[in-house]
Design a protein around this ligand. Structure first.
Ligand code: SF4
Length: 63
């Protein structure tokens, strides 16, 4: 599974990082999220799906 965050849409709500803290890191300055790695680590797929559902901006996409 691969994950991306659309930086144009992300508003830094941090919900994704609360759902999947091992997958998303937040920028120190603006709080915007980006994946630690495009490849989702084994066992984190469910947490990533929760993050997708939790994002109010629909900024997270998986493939
Ligand atoms: S939940 Fe969505 S808008 Fe909020 S930081 Fe994560 S990707 Fe960005």
């Amino acid at each position: 599974m691969k994950v991306k965050v659309d930086q144009e849409r992300c508003q830094g709500h941090t919900l994704c990082a609360m759902r999947a803290p091992e997958v998303f890191e937040l920028d120190d300055v603006d709080g915007h999220s980006s994946p630690v790695s495009e490849d989702v680590p084994p066992g984190q797929e469910g947490a990533v799906q929760e993050a997708v559902r939790s994002c109010p901006e629909r900024a997270i996409s998986v493939s």
